[in-house]
Design a protein around this ligand. Structure first.
Ligand SMILES: Nc1nc2c(ncn2[C@@H]2O[C@H](COP(=O)(O)OP(=O)(O)OP(=O)(O)O)[C@@H](O)[C@H]2O)c(=O)[nH]1
Ligand SMILES: [Zn+2]
Length: 218
């Protein structure tokens, strides 16, 4: 079987609160999804480029859901890349660890019945994690990145990229804030998915107060 291929269709300037990025839109030979690279600084030919491979999470990235750490990780990554003045965020459309939004929402309902994030996926007939990083690797190659410092807490992601021929020179942790809504989710990632996280005990976390209970500011 031939290697999956990607073609950059367009690159456009996107100023953000952290600095200026270029959004690169890719077509590929595997699926019809809009995989993207968000690039700052000069990365072509560069070694040890700070890279975040982010998997789409509509609920976390767009709605700011506190069930997971995705929104915070996305924000923090952009901040770190901009501060570095050089880096790439590859945005892969692998919603719900590859099972899609509809199935992820079903998995959330199972989690509300007491199943953890892994068992919920299995109960729905999916793998615990169905993601594939071959297109991310091809995008990094297309951008001319020579080696990467990967922003992740997930060692499986490093292994997957290395199997795709990407030189990962280092891992940079992406610290997240534990809250009452994501604590069990983060704990499962540590215990069942080998994520490298440090979690405070649940007893030390104060539950968030609903916004309507907060004091008015004026
Ligand atoms: N199936 C499923 N997917 C989820 C759930 N919560 C978040 N996701 C998806 O998980 C993906 C993010 O992956 P994570 O496992 O949180 O983290 P990671 O990308 O492997 O690791 P990091 O690089 O450390 O962030 C996104 O595609 C989310 O949509 C869940 O409960 N069930
Ligand atoms: Zn998420």
């Amino acid at each position: 079987m031939s290697k999956p291929g990607v073609t950059q269709i367009i690159s456009t300037r996107i100023p953000t609160q952290y600095g200026e990025f270029r959004l690169c839109y890719y077509n590929n030979t595997v699926d019809r999804k809009e995989h993207l690279a968000f690039v700052t600084g000069q990365v072509s030919g560069a070694e040890d480029v700070l890279v975040r491979i982010h998997s789409e999470c509509f609920t976390g990235d767009v709605l700011g859901s506190r069930r997971c750490d995705c929104g915070e990780q996305l924000d923090r990554s952009l901040q770190l890349l901009a501060r570095q003045g050089q880096g790439v965020l590859v945005y892969l459309r692998q919603e719900g660890r590859g099972i899609g939004l509809l199935e992820k929402l079903r998995a959330y309902n199972l989690q509300d019945q007491g199943y953890d994030t892994v068992d919920a996926n299995l109960l729905l007939g999916h793998g615990a994690d169905e993601r594939d990083y071959s297109l991310a690797a091809r995008i990094l190659e297309d951008l001319g990145v020579q080696s990467v410092r990967l922003l992740t807490n997930n060692p499986a992601k490093i292994d997957a990229l290395r199997r795709e021929g990407i030189r990962v020179s280092d891992r940079q942790p992406l610290e997240v804030t534990a809250n009452a809504d994501n604590h069990a989710y983060l704990q499962t990632k540590m215990q069942r998915m080998e994520h490298l996280l440090q979690l405070p005990p649940i007893a030390t976390i104060t539950p968030a107060r609903p916004i309507h209970e907060l004091e008015p500011t004026d």
